[in-house]
Structures are given as structure tokens and as C-alpha cells.
Design a protein around this ligand. Structure first.
Ligand SMILES: [Zn+2]
Length: 421
């Protein structure tokens, strides 16, 4: 299959961050050519003359399997939130997890997200939703100590079996997840790391999300979580740590030294009343690769990275009393090229460049009355555009969302699954 996108403003996110008006030609699952006035006989032609063409956004922290819980776990502290979640989790069916994942994935595709990094159990069911929807899924099977889990069998064995079963599947990238230091012993953490190394996969965890998590850990071990993970040799460049809100400069330097990536979840943090703000400017200064995550539908409650970009900018400018902190371009990088780096996919994802995989979102700013001015495009993407402005989403060279509708899956089935009378 081939697609020719004509005459749009292309936000390349290449090394020079070039933006220009032109065409994008896609053949198979690759971006074959970018330029002006391309002439190709394509199966699909998309007129993008009033549109912005961007690399598909990458959401580096979510739990799509919680889609069906949206609005059901509200107004409570993280401890109570987790108790309620574990309680709801223990009563779930496979159908529930599948349809939950589908409504989350459908929402992401609707909002121009083409890849996501997930953290959950039952990732084999989520993989089915990835397959059926056409999205690209980086799926981390969550591990924790056996005495805390609702999973049947050993979480560590489950994670390894999942990786063995799905490695090499189309658009599915399995990896090892960790719930967090509050339920993962050193033994669990290091066993998980061993499996990740053996199968050459990513690692994905919650880290220093709340002050309570950090202080409970300090009381128990006399060390802060990042210091401890550094000392036991857990940190490396394959790790994506979600949140990293309550960390010191010393810990930031450790994360930077070990080339850890952070997933900043500003909306989720604020909704859970985490307090303060993740030290993003310092993380950037000391070489931590910062990316963005929505977190799940229970703590956000939408999966719109445009919202997260805007909120992140607002949060840090306000927190530091400094409107010049965190430039719009830096924030847009977090949602695209930085995220591709975190996933070890910078050769294939995160920018609109010849040879890369064809993961693209086409945005229509017209309903908001935003004029197309080249120098204003990046700030407008971060602060003015919403997910609902996305007109078309392309993943792996296939149009998976067009004019608000998924093309490969009838989402009605999943929406109806949760309707009550
Ligand atoms: Zn999370």
C-alpha cells in the first residue's frame, strides 16, 4: 500500500527541527520520500493543504487495561487508589481487559498517538488489542513480589513467558515492568533486570512518584529509592522511570549518569495531588532523557498528550515563577523524538524523515481558527491544539484513524461493553 500526503506543513523533528510545506510519500510501512511537488501514483492521496503533518506522538507511560475504570476511582490518595485498583483488578475478566484496552487505544489513535509504553499484567490480552487496532504497543509485563500480586503464578515467570511469546510480533515490543520499590524487593528488581538483559528488552517502572513512597523507603532502608537502585546496579539506559517527582539533585545526577529516561506525567501527578513538581529543568541539565506520559484513564482522565504537553509547560513555568523555562520545542521533543530514544527506536520513530517507519498524525487547526504560520506552529501544537484536532493517524504505513473513526476495529463493540442503563 502507498499513501501520498500533499502540501502540508511538515514538522519533521529532524536534527535541525526543519518545518516546511511539502509532501510525504509512504510506501509499505516506510516514509520513502519527503519534498515539494512529489509525483507518485499512490493508493491513497491525502490533501493536507490546510494541515500540519507531525510524527505520531509517543505516550511513554500508561495502563490501557484500566480504560474501563475511568471515573470510578476518584478523589483519593495514591495508597487508597492502589488498594481500590487492586480490588477491582482481582475481579476482572479477560473481556473486560480487552475492551478496556481497546477504548484506551482508540482514544490514543484519535489523539494522534501512534506508540505507547504500557505497564500492566495480562499484557497478552492487551497485545491482542494492539494487533486488532493497528497501534504500536510497547508492553511491559508488570512484576512485583509474589506476596503482593493478584496475578496467577509468579510475576517474574509471567513476564519472561510473555516476552518469549511475543518477541518479534508485528508492532508489539514486549518488555519487563516493575510496579515500584514499595512492592518489589531487590531480588525481584534484579531478576527482572536479568530477564530484560537476556532478551534485550526495555525496563519500565514507577519511581519516586509520591513523597510517602520515598519516605517510607528511607525509613526502611536509610536510602532514597534512586540511590538504592543505583547502589544495587539496577539503573541503565534501557530503563524508563515514570514520574520521578520526589528526587534530589544527587539522584538526578545518578539517573543522568546511567542514561535513564524519565516519563513525566504532569496531569496524573497533579490529579493525584503529588505536590511540588518533578524537577524537569534539572533532569534536562544533567542528561536525563525526558519524555511524556498520560498515565491511565483513572488518573488523567483522558489519553491526550496535547493536554499533557500544555499542562507540563504551565506547571513548570508557574512552579519556577519563570515563563521562559521549558521552551515549546523542548516539550514537543519530549512527546516525539525523546520518546523514540527512550524506547531505543530513534532510528525508526519520533520524526518524519525518509527511511523511518510511517507513523504520522495529520492535524487540522482550522476548527479552532488557528492560522497556519510556520514560526507559530510549535507553540500552537503545545498550547493551542487538542487531540480532537487530529484528522488522520497513520501507523506502520496504514491509515488507522480517519475523520474521528478507527478504520480497523469497530469501537462500538468496546464502548457498549461498559454502558450501563
Ligand atoms: Zn502509572
Amino acid at each position: 500500500m502507498s499513501i501520498l500526503i500533499k502540501n502540508g506543513f511538515i514538522v519533521t523533528q529532524n536534527k535541525n527541527r526543519d518545518i516546511f510545506k511539502g509532501d510525504v510519500y509512504i510506501e509499505g510501512n516506510r516514509i520513502m520520500e519527503i519534498g515539494k511537488n512529489l509525483h507518485h501514483e499512490a493508493d491513497y492521496m491525502i490533501d493536507a493543504s490546510e494541515n500540519i503533518i507531525v510524527p505520531g506522538l509517543i505516550n511513554t507511560h500508561t495502563h490501557v487495561g484500566m480504560g474501563g475504570f475511568r471515573g470510578l476511582i476518584e478523589d483519593m490518595q495514591l495508597d487508597d487508589f492502589l488498594k481500590r485498583t487492586f480490588d477491582l483488578d482481582s475481579k476482572r475478566t479477560d473481556d473486560d481487559i480487552y475492551h478496556s484496552s481497546m477504548i484506551s487505544i482508540a482514544e490514543m489513535l484519535r489523539n494522534g498517538i501512534t506508540s505507547f509504553l504500557d505497564l500492566y499484567y495480562s499484557e497478552d490480552i492487551i497485545a491482542r488489542a494492539v494487533k486488532d487496532s493497528g497501534i504500536r504497543g510497547f508492553l511491559s509485563w508488570v512484576t512485583l513480589d509474589e506476596r503482593y500480586t493478584t496475578q496467577s503464578g509468579s510475576p517474574i515467570n509471567n513476564a519472561e513467558n510473555f516476552i518469549i511469546r511475543f518477541k518479534g510480533s508485528e508492532r508489539i515490543y514486549p518488555s519487563v515492568g516493575f510496579q515500584g520499590v514499595y512492592v518489589c524487593s531487590d531480588e525481584t528488581m534484579m531478576k527482572g533486570k536479568e530477564i530484560a538483559e537476556k532478551h534485550n528488552t526495555l525496563m519500565h517502572m514507577h519511581l519516586s512518584e509520591t513523597r510517602k513512597e520515598v519516605y517510607d523507603f528511607l525509613k526502611r532502608t536509610n536510602k532514597r529509592p534512586v540511590e538504592h537502585l543505583y547502589d544495587i546496579g539496577f539503573l541503565n539506559d534501557k530503563l524508563i522511570a515514570a514520574h520521578t517527582v520526589w528526587i534530589t539533585i544527587r539522584e538526578i545526577k545518578m539517573l543522568g549518569e546511567k542514561m535513564v529516561s524519565s516519563s513525566h506525567n504532569s496531569v496524573s501527578n497533579m490529579k493525584l495531588g503529588t505536590g511540588g513538581a518533578a524537577p524537569i529543568p534539572e533532569m534536562i541539565k544533567y542528561g536525563v532523557n525526558v519524555t511524556l506520559g498520560t498515565d491511565s484513564n483513572t488518573t488523567n482522565n483522558n489519553l491526550d498528550l496535547f493536554d499533557v504537553m500544555k499542562t507540563s509547560g504551565l506547571l513548570h513555568k508557574n512552579e519556577r515563577w519563570d515563563a521562559s523555562i521549558l521552551k515549546a520545542q523542548e516539550i514537543f521533543d519530549m512527546a516525539t523524538i525523546n520518546a523514540a530514544k527512550a524506547l531505543k527506536m530513534e532510528k525508526y520513530l519520533g520524526s518524519v524523515e525518509e527511511g523511518k517507519l510511517a507513523d504520522i498524525a495529520i492535524i487540522d487547526p482550522y476548527p479552532n481558527g488557528i492560522p497556519l504560520r510556520k514560526e507559530a506552529i510549535i507553540p500552537n501544537l503545545v498550547y493551542a491544539i487538542k487531540g480532537l484536532n487530529v484528522k488522520t493517524t497513520i501507523v506502520d504505513g496504514k491509515i488507522v484513524m480517519n475523520d474521528g473513526k478507527l478504520t480497523l476495529y469497530n469501537i462500538e463493540k468496546s464502548i457498549n461493553f461498559f454502558k450501563t442503563s
